[in-house]
Ligand binder design. Sequence first.
Ligand SMILES: [Zn+2]
Ligand SMILES: [Zn+2]
Ligand SMILES: [Zn+2]
Length: 351
Amino acid sequence: MKLFNCQNCGSLLFFENRRCETCGALLGYLPEQATISALGGDGDRLAAMAAGGAAVRLCANAERDACNWLVDADGAESYCAACRHNRIIPEIASERTLVLWRRLELAKHRLFYSLIRLRIPLPNRNDDPVGGLAFDFLDEVPGGPKILTGHESGLITINVQEADDAHREEMRHRMHETYRTLLGHFRHEVGHWIWDRLVRDGGRLDAFRALFGDERADYAQALARHYADGPAPDWQDRTISAYATSHPWEDFAETWAHYLHIMDTLETANAFGIGVRPVVPHAAGLDVTVAIDPYRAPGMDAVIDQWVPLVFAVNSLNRSMGLADLYPFVITEPVRDKLAFIHAMVHERPA
Ligand SMILES: [Zn+2]
Ligand SMILES: [Zn+2]
Ligand SMILES: [Zn+2]
């Protein structure tokens, strides 16, 4: 994630800011320019200082403090580029549900930040009723059906309870996972949709199968086997997570999620000018100054060569605070090849 500045006073701003703490200016995010803008005026017609005073208004979800993105004041859309993909949001019957929904929106907006930076076309269900990208945020009600987080032809379902830290942590233990976050869910599930669009419909099935395996293997059987027998003992040699061994589709979605983890985190490190220079002998390979816009990197090797020393240092920082590792994963050669496939695929598409 980039850092931003207030156009009114120059102060440092973050992606989620709604108001400048220094000068009090109202703020909004311009997705096409990928920047936060100070806003002049008030009401439904605001002037975006980062866009030459262009007339904008806040997304309709700003009303419930669930979005800080902007839309064209003269356009027909009342929802922003991220929120117009919402099909169902939870019924806001309590303060608790509102809090959980806001957490979902924070994660979803970070997802869309990356997808837009990668210039991935993002049709919603109006643009493409069969395969457009849409979200159902469904809450479990007592006696009602179990809600499973998952993906089906562009429709992503997220169990709202995943935004509850205690629930999610319990699930993480039960599933023997080292990492489980809302943002991770969004990145993983959208990976299945990316597979439909860019691999299956993008003429890349042969190249995909050579790296990830044959996705024509029975999916339901594969998952049942995974949950009954656990992952293959040597999974770490081939995949980024244990779950990724369950089926080539899951391997792709997991690897895609990691691709976005790396893009976002490395961009943040770059924005802060972070460098790592261990002061012990024989650590030359771990010297790095993060100086790369990963979204525009010519190849994945340059990205991973900066990523590995960075997470080595940040994992160590976390351990000093008694926290879990920031990045509890190992990138082996086969995983590197899969990430390179994804990076090339994203950058090969016509602009
Ligand atoms: Zn300001
Ligand atoms: Zn919005
Ligand atoms: Zn999946």
